[in-house]
Design a protein around this ligand. Structure first.
Ligand code: NAP
Length: 287
């Protein structure tokens, strides 16, 4: 019987690429996100590539909506009767400095990036117990271990996801349910375009802000990522496939190599980390 994977945020970017890659590994893939048409297109592409109508299926809903989450898991169980892998991938990057960011926006950032991922783990856990095995793959970021100016709320949501995953890895172990974190560096997807749209939503307020230099630096950094700085989502999909299929998956997959170099910063004193980040942002400004 084919193994199955449930992937959140599979309508674009890393999630869609993971769905294609897991299907190529032999998984039946169940895709969720809000955009129906995009999900349908990804599922059709996968089914066409494999010459069968049931390699990929989808469910449209907001990951922050408890009833939509439950309905998605139920729909997958009704269809295939098992959940071997959960990829908690849905997410976005809220820009904003600590003094000014709206608490409602921060709550939403955590609802999507952190609480929904935990809720999905709680939904699939009992089924994985019954099966006697399972894989939970949580999409973190290098922002899960480092925090950058103007992206502190995104980093906070990913740091929390890392803490949850570290605890869950040990709690689930007796049932042969493995938990892995994926920690990518900048990847060329829509996330940064969406983040820039959020940044530009209130241009006047940002111009007037004492933190205006942080906002303009953030916008330039996003422009750089979108034009030339980012790796492709294929490398992330490869890591997800490894985490889904390796006999002993690693706790963390940090990629590409540039990300592993950046992670070395976590071993440095905070004042050195701050200096390195300031230098990097200054370079972005000078370009
Ligand atoms: N790109 C990077 O540089 C990078 C680096 C490190 C980590 N990541 C992580 O990778 C994951 C995927 O991001 P991406 O880069 O592939 O960006 P993306 O193309 O914007 O994908 C984000 C996905 O999340 C879904 N999503 C967002 N909010 C949702 C909600 N409320 N309910 C349901 N689905 C929702 C989106 O689908 P709908 O809009 O259709 O709902 C979309 O499928 C995120 O967790 C992100 O933090 C990305």
């Amino acid at each position: 019987m084919a193994r199955t994977a449930l992937i959140t945020g599979a309508s674009s970017g890393i999630g869609a690429t993971c769905a294609v890659a897991l299907a190529a590994e032999g998984f039946r893939v169940f895709l969720t996100a809000r955009r129906r048409q995009a999900l349908e297109q990804v599922a059709e592409r996968i089914n066409a590539a494999h010459g069968e109508g049931d390699r990929a299926a989808w469910f449209a809903g907001d990951v922050t909506d408890a009833s939509a989450r439950g309905a998605a898991v139920q729909a997958m169980m009704d269809r295939w009767g098992r959940i071997d892998v959960l990829v908690n991938n849905a997410g976005y990057a809220l820009p904003g400095v600590c003094e000014e960011v709206s608490l409602d926006d921060v709550r939403d950032q955590f609802e999507v990036n952190t609480f929904a991922a935990l809720a999905m783990m709680q939904l699939v856990g009992p089924q994985m117990h019954k099966q006697g095995h399972g894989r939970i793959i949580n999409m973190s970021s290098i922002s899960g271990r480092l925090s950058f100016p103007s992206l502190g709320m995104y980093a906070a949501s990913k740091h929390a996801l890392e803490a949850i995953s570290d605890a869950a890895r040990q709690e689930f172990r007796p049932w042969n349910i493995r938990v892995a974190l994926i920690e990518p560096n900048e990847i060329a997807t829509d996330i940064w375009r969406r983040s820039r749209d959020l940044l530009r939503a209130e241009p006047e307020r940002m111009r007037q802000s004492p933190f205006a230099p942080f906002y303009s630096r953030q916008a330039r950094w996003i422009d750089r990522v979108l034009t030339d700085g980012a790796a492709s989502a294929d490398a992330v999909a490869l890591a997800v496939c490894r985490a889904a299929t390796a006999r002993r998956p690693r706790a963390r997959y940090c990629l590409p190599a540039k990300a592993r170099v950046r992670m070395l910063m976590t071993y440095l004193p905070a004042s050195w980390q701050d200096w390195l980040i300031r230098q990097a942002l200054r370079r972005v400004e000078d370009r």
